[in-house]
Design a protein around this ligand. Structure first.
Ligand code: SAH
Length: 466
């Protein structure tokens, strides 16, 4: 099972930065179901190819399964690109899949000429399905079918193809498309689908899935196989979630360290305190905490009797589990418990569960969203959910120069997609007011400097009553 990615962007060797894999090295990654090797068959200024070779251990695949059957040994799993390749993409190219690149941040956000080739790829739906899935996303699709057995041409064609996709596209988008569509093409039972998969579907489908003509087929197939938990794959997927959580923890801890020693309350506490104060002042009773993470704000909201209905939403299933733990949901008295609901969902998708609330808080979340996707978020929150009050906080990029440990031009956290100056944040907020009928005011958070302002910034939106 081989995936090669080639670029002719110059210098082509920048592909190494984008993938976080050095072109001069062969690297091997241990996965629960085998090994992945990354190497570069060609590297030059104008042409560079990275190869991901997946070597699946067929015995490892069935180890630990209770219901042994011969079919588990005699199947095509080790030899074809199935969802194991998806898992390998997430594991080995995870940072690139998220669109993050420390050394070439602009390039990660720029469409570049890319060609991806996969052999041997099963397509249950033939070459036609390959075209239906990839052409709407802008790819030139070339699929070369394989006969079932070259010695016996009468046996006819196999469901396997060598697929080549060509497009000028962001590397992160290419990887997201492959990550999601490979299991859709294969449509066979192989790995566990649970809540976490719904989350991944939403997260990786951001910006393209909702407009795809085959959206129904993609969603149905992707979420179809509820049985057969492939334990090995699941472990890998859970690790991945834990990683992103660790990042959030690191981010908050790092920021707290950066705060002047005399500031007794951490910057994050100040943000949460400010958000809470605004929500209380607004008179809101039914409140949303969007991108609630591990539930730090939810804890504060629960302590205030004024809030009769509190909903925390996050795209990360793992974060919600941590929130449930942290808030001791299982041991909460019934009346308290009845006030709080945790839901999984993405702020990129219109969601009826978010309607009918008085106020919403979005604390340190927008900078994690891809700039081209912000417009979707704006409509989801301000047009469809439409709470009377909205509190949004985000870092103030101007303040970064106050932190000596932060290299110039770098974001505070590697998952941040942008950090705005006060003027940028305010220009964005004014646009929202015009389009959706709100007024806005701004509050600094943290120690304020005369020139660069405070480390964090808050905008409070109030709906204009008709
Ligand atoms: N508001 C929390 C967590 C901030 S970290 C706090 O202040 O402590 C950012 C959070 O946004 C993470 O939990 C992340 O999972 C979530 N997030 C990122 N993209 C999202 C999306 N599209 N929809 C919902 N939540 C998202």
């Amino acid at each position: 099972m081989l995936l090669t990615i080639t670029t002719t962007h110059q210098p082509a060797t920048d592909l190494g930065y984008l993938l976080y894999k050095h072109p001069a090295r062969v690297q091997t990654f241990k996965l629960a179901f085998g090994e992945a090797h990354v190497f570069y068959p060609e590297t030059s200024e104008d042409h560079c190819t990275a190869a991901l070779l997946l070597d699946i251990n067929p015995v490892g695949l069935v180890r630990g399964k209770k219901d042994f059957a011969l079919s588990q040994y005699v199947n095509d799993r080790p030899y074809v690109a199935s969802s194991f390749l998806s898992v390998a993409i997430a594991q080995v190219y995870g940072t690139a899949l998220n669109g993050t690149c420390k050394d070439r941040p602009e390039l990660a956000q720029t469409p570049i000429p890319l060609e991806a080739t996969m052999s041997v790829l099963p397509s249950r739906g033939g070459a036609e399905l390959l075209t239906r899935l990839f052409e709407p996303l802008g790819y030139t699709v070339s699929a070369e079918p394989h006969v079932l057995d070259s010695q016996f041409p009468d046996w006819g064609m196999s469901p396997y193809y060598t697929l080549t996709l060509t497009h000028t596209v962001r590397l992160a988008d290419l990887l997201s498309h492959l990550y999601m569509l490979i299991p859709v093409l294969d449509n066979d039972k192989h790995y566990y689908v649970g809540d976490g998969e719904v989350q991944k579907l939403l997260a990786k489908g951001e910006g393209w899935l909702s407009g795809h003509p085959e959206k129904d087929l993609i969603t149905r197939r992707y979420l179809k196989h509820q049985r057969s938990l492939q334990r090995a794959a699941l472990e890998q997927l859970v690790d991945e979630d834990t990683d992103s959580l660790k990042q959030d923890e690191e981010e908050i801890a790092a920021e707290d360290q950066l705060i002047e020693p005399e500031a007794k309350i951490s910057l994050h506490q100040q943000r949460l305190g400010a958000a809470l104060a605004v929500l209380k002042n607004s008179g809101a009773q039914r409140v949303l905490d969007l991108g609630c993470g591990e539930g730090r704000l939810l804890r504060l909201l629960l302590d205030e009797k004024q809030f009769t209905e509190i909903v925390g939403m996050d795209v990360s299933h793992r974060s919600l589990e941590m929130a449930a733990d942290r808030l001791k949901l299982d041991h909460m008295p019934d009346r308290q418990r009845a006030r709080l609901t945790l839901i999984q969902g993405s702020l990129m998708y219109r969601d009826a569960r978010l309607q009918g609330f008085d106020a919403a808080a979005v604390v340190e979340v927008i900078e994690h969203l891809d700039p081209p996707r912000l417009a979707a978020f704006e409509r989801v929150l301000f047009e469809f959910a439409h709470p009377a009050t909205v509190v949004i906080t985000t870092p103030n990029a101007e303040y970064n120069i106050m932190w000596e440990s932060l290299p110039a031009g770098q974001f505070r956290h590697r998952d941040h997609r942008f950090e705005w100056t006060r003027a940028e944040f305010q220009a964005w907020a004014e646009g929202i007011c015009e389009r959706f009928g709100y007024t806005v005011r701004y509050l600094p958070i943290g120690p304020e400097d005369a020139t660069v302002g405070a480390p964090s910034q808050m905008a409070v939106f109030d709906v204009i009553q008709q």
